[in-house]
Design a protein around this ligand. Structure first.
Ligand SMILES: Cc1cc2nc3c(=O)[nH]c(=O)nc-3n(C[C@H](O)[C@H](O)[C@H](O)COP(=O)(O)O)c2cc1C
Length: 448
């Protein structure tokens, strides 16, 4: 039987009769969970979120309840909540859908999370390139305020909390939580070093701060509605709930798909319709541009409960955090980019590396210089004037970026270079040797 979506967060999103107005949201039971939450003890809500096993949907998959537990509640300082709506990872467009199509679900998720953590001021940090989203959110917040769901004395409970929508200026690094915090404070978004700047202890204005992704916070509403036990039945253990996958590239039906408990092959074929006519899949980038690429013909080894080994391919990869990690990559921001046999891997890498070089904030030398070198090397490979030793230089240099910088962005150059070259070395070498790859007009590389 063909796999289907499990729409929970996107249940109403594409209903033509559903709108972004509060009346639409109230008509489907919206804000009921907030009304209930503010009558409960905050620690009970936190315990539910932890028991549900919700993992962060922004990239790293850190358990949300554990993050909330780490908040310093004894400092006497205010605690802030920031909703990360920067969505800057190439190939990712799920948060945009949640904001554009169901903004009140996000506001309810923020308000419940804020109440659960004794937060009196929350922020939505939204990317410059989402002006429509910012407009929608501001209007939705005003509607919610008028009905008593945001602002003073929420639902008559005595609890008060406001939400500020803050528009970023449009930079990839502002998605990284500490860069985001610097930006929110009005400074250049240079990420902070951890320790000591773990947001849960020293975040916004050096106060304890929770940073959660849009999709993570939307899930909180449904954990409250279903209860942690029912919620945890969705998906696999340690990978609970649905995930919204953003599929772009060479499939028949690219788009966003909210799924649980399916394989990569089921997403690619049943939901996305398979490859384009006459084409074959060549490679998949599973979790946004910075994640390691998978060859479509790659084989992996798994272990049965009795310890015996079995082999499986890309189509069999369980589509969740642990499934993609076991295949040597990460589900990251769930931005899946599909490449078929028409793609020149060398050009794809050069394009991506050009992006990360452009977006390096410049604070750390390995990332600033390394990504620029990687761009220069890959571009001259594309132009056809590569040097003999270039490929080895590229790989060894890339290995010296990730892990040697203040924030994890160094890996955005390291992982693509290592995996594209590691898995497609023969193809790249052949192109370089034959000196036949010209810089074509149909690829748009960013000049720095
Ligand atoms: C370079 C870089 C860019 C990031 N961009 C985003 C982003 O656009 N949106 C996001 O939610 N998280 C992004 N993250 C992850 C955040 O730092 C943070 O872990 C996340 O917002 C936490 O939310 P979660 O626990 O709900 O996933 C990025 C991380 C790095 C290192």
């Amino acid at each position: 039987m063909a796999a289907k979506e499990t729409r929970i967060l996107l249940k109403h999103a594409d209903d033509p009769n559903y709108s972004t107005s509060i009346d639409s949201y109230l008509a489907v039971g919206g804000y009921k969970m907030l009304e209930q939450a503010v009558t409960m003890k905050p620690e009970l809500i936190r315990a539910e979120v932890k028991a549900a096993g919700l993992r962060g949907r922004g990239g790293a998959g850190f358990p949300c309840g554990v993050k909330w537990d780490l908040v310093d509640r004894k400092s006497g300082k205010p605690i802030y909540l920031i909703c990360n709506c920067d969505e800057s990872e190439p190939g990712t467009f799920k948060d945009r859908q949640l904001v554009h199509k169901d903004p009140h679900q996000l506001i309810e998720g923020i308000m419940i999370s804020a109440y659960a953590n004794n937060v009196a001021l929350a922020f939505i940090y939204i990317r410059e390139e989402m002006p429509k989203g910012a407009r929608i959110l501001r209007q939705a917040i005003e509607e919610a305020r008028a009905k008593g769901y945001v602002g003073e004395n929420i639902c008559g409970s005595g609890y008060s909390c406001d939400i500020i929508v803050h528009r970023g200026a449009g930079a990839y690094i502002c998605g990284e939580e500490t860069g985001l915090i610097e930006s929110l404070e009005g400074k250049r978004a240079y990420p902070r070093i951890k320790p000591p700047y773990f947001p849960a202890v020293l975040g916004l204005y050096n106060c304890p701060t929770i940073v959660n992704n849009v999709e993570t916070l939307c899930n909180v509403v449904h954990i409250c509605r279903m209860g942690s036990v029912e919620y945890a039945k969705i998906g696999r253990p340690n990978n609970t709930g649905t995930r919204i996958w953003c599929v772009s590239g060479h499939v028949q039906r690219p788009g966003y798909y909210e799924v649980a408990g399916i394989t990569m092959g089921e997403l690619l074929y049943d939901l996305c319709g398979g490859p384009l006519p006459g084409r074959k899949f060549k490679a998949i980038v599973p979790g946004g541009g910075s994640m390691k690429i998978l060859r479509y013909d790659e084989r992996f080894k798994g272990k049965n409960p009795d310890g015996s080994e079995y082999e499986y391919g890309v189509d069999d990869i369980p589509l969740d955090f642990d499934g993609v990690a076991a295949a040597g990559s990460m589900s990251g921001s769930a931005g899946m980019m599909v490449m078929d046999d028409s793609v020149d891997i060398m050009e794809a890498l050069a394009n991506l590396v050009g992006f990360y070089s452009h977006e390096s904030c410049g604070q750390c030398t390995p990332c600033r210089e390394g990504s620029l070198w990687a761009k220069k090397i890959t571009w001259r490979m594309c132009r056809g004037d590569a040097r003999e030793q270039d490929l080895d230089t590229l790989v060894s240099m890339a290995g010296n970026i990730g892990g040697r910088t203040v924030c994890p962005m160094g890996f955005s150059t390291t992982w693509p270079v290592q995996s594209y070259v590691g898995k497609f070395r023969e193809e790249i070498e052949a192109k370089v040797r034959e000196n036949k790859v010209g810089m074509r007009g149909d690829i748009r590389l960013i000049e720095k």
